[in-house]
Design a protein around this ligand. Structure first.
Ligand code: FO1
Length: 476
């Protein structure tokens, strides 16, 4: 058709017959022969039982190694601190994990809750169980990478990594950092027939019969503990954690009444219902992006424009963020920006700023701009910010602080502290797109911003009802 965005018509080559998980989804972090002992899945980014390629792979490997004796255990390692997360995020995560434990139990899978440094707890569990293989899920952030490297270096059994998050595994989609959506999109679309497949069922496993039984998890005690971490940012009630709630939220978003709004109203912050609201579930892996893509695609005939734009956001844009962080280890530093952006920001470093605010003023939502303040307070109180406002919010921080490094630091601090879906590749890319021109191009040069794309209040005023948005935030 000549449409670069259209899916390829090439014959798909899916996972070989009889194989549950496409081998290209898997990378070997430590070589070796898989032993007959249990397979341990170290679950981290993808915290769910349904639609989980890492769990499917663990089951498949256990069955291949031990047949009717196959044993699978899931381990989660709770760390004492994670990139500015507090009660809000740890509470959400832990409530989801509590549901996960029960669900795994029904499938014969043991659940081990570990606490501390994964470099210690994981190799210890592996040797205590005499495991034959350790499997984990892939994540592009530096911290997770460091965990996996440390675990790999003190492990005596093979260690495999599965991309259970991206529809097209990040290492398949591209072998380099892409310039932008324009260059990643055709690669993703070409690979979709091969990877956007239905999920197989988790094969039946015999119940956990290993001599080492997991200790019962003291959920109430753990919850009390995590809720005391950063209690200044409390839990929110609009987003119920867990896989069931995630599926329900997805079905609600895909109902005609809401999906019909997506194409025309998704950039209207006064219409939050037009957005999916699924990003907390995607971030904590309580919902598989691939599940959302498969379900959304079912509505293509009736809501073509909405479904196409949703798939663009859900698959192409989200996977572009993973591509960026995967190939750019300093993804949260100005150093990773293109030369044109760095030079231009540098040139305008000393430009006079009309307003300069401290981090504290910004955090409290005390600027002269009611629209910006509303977006900040939406984030502080609800743990989310409308997608359109995220751009405006970040660009104004660039405009009202003393330089791009400080602006990046403040935006990431606030995003990671308040957003349920912070601490995620999409968040870092959002900040870097707004402030450092990542995945964007140079625009007409102006004060402070240089060639970085500018946004202003009047532009917003033309696009949506600012008063309605401010009123919505004040009511929440
Ligand atoms: N993953 C873990 O394996 N253990 C944790 O304790 C943990 C806490 C956590 C808190 C906030 C948050 O946003 C994510 C958190 N994650 C945790 C998941 C995390 O997203 C992934 O493990 C990373 O992407 C790994 O790099």
């Amino acid at each position: 058709t000549g449409d670069e965005a259209g899916p390829s018509t090439k014959k798909p080559s899916k996972a070989p017959a009889g194989q549950l998980v496409h081998p290209k989804r898997v990378r070997v972090l430590k070589e070796g022969t898989v032993g007959k002992g249990p397979v341990v899945l170290w679950m981290s980014r993808d915290q769910r039982v349904a639609d989980n390629w890492a769990l499917l792979y663990a089951a498949e490997q256990a069955l291949a190694a031990a047949g009717g004796e196959a044993q699978v255990a899931v381990a989660f390692n709770l760390v004492p601190a994670f990139l500015g997360a507090g009660a809000r995020q740890f509470g959400f995560m832990l409530r989801g994990l509590r549901e996960l434990e029960a669900r795994l139990g029904q499938k014969g899978i043991a659940f081990f809750m570990l606490k501390g440094d994964p470099a210690q707890t994981l190799p210890e569990l592996v040797s205590r169980l005499g495991a034959g293989l350790l499997v984990t899920d892939y994540a592009p952030l530096r911290l997770g990478r460091q965990w996996r490297e440390q675990v790999a270096s003190s492990l005596s059994v093979p260690f495999h990594e599965v991309d259970a998050h991206n529809v097209v595994p990040v290492w398949v989609a591209s072998d380099k950092r892409e310039v932008g959506a324009r260059t990643l999109r055709p690669k993703i679309h070409k690979a979709l027939p091969e990877f956007l497949t239905d999920f197989p069922e988790l094969p039946a496993l015999p119940p956990w019969s290993h001599a080492v039984k997991p200790e019962p998890v003291e959920w109430e005690g753990l919850l009390t503990e995590v809720l005391s971490r950063g209690a200044a940012v409390p839990e929110v009630d609009w987003c119920k954690p867990g896989e069931d709630a995630a599926q329900a939220a997805m079905r609600d978003f895909l109902s005609p009444a809401r999906l019909s709004l997506y194409d025309t109203k998704r950039n209207d912050p006064a219409m939050p219902k037009a957005l999916s609201g699924l990003s907390p579930y995607l971030h904590f892996g309580q919902l598989a992006p691939q599940r959302a893509a498969l379900e959304a695609a079912k509505h293509r005939t009736k809501f073509k424009a909405a479904v196409e734009s949703y798939l663009e956001e859900l698959v192409v844009r989200r996977e572009l963020s993973d591509n960026f962080c995967h190939f750019t280890p300093n993804y949260d530093s100005l150093d990773c920006a293109a030369a044109w952006a760095r030079e231009s920001l540098d040139k305008h470093r000393t430009d006079k700023r009309e307003h300069v605010y401290t981090r504290e003023q910004l955090e409290a939502g005390r600027t002269h701009d009611e629209l910006w303040n509303a977006s900040q307070l939406e984030m502080v109180h609800m743990g989310k910010m409308h997608g359109f406002m995220r751009m405006y919010w970040a660009k104004k921080i660039l405009e009202w602080t003393n330089g791009p490094e400080e602006a990046i630091e403040i935006a990431i601090y606030l995003n990671d502290r308040y957003e349920l879906d912070g601490r995620d590749p999409s968040g870092y890319v959002g900040v870097m797109w707004s402030m450092a021109g990542i995945h964007d191009m140079g625009w007409a040069e102006r004060a402070v911003f240089g060639k970085i794309r500018y946004m202003n209040y009047n532009g917003c005023k033309r696009k949506f009802d600012i008063k309605a948005y401010v009123a919505y935030v004040n009511k929440a």
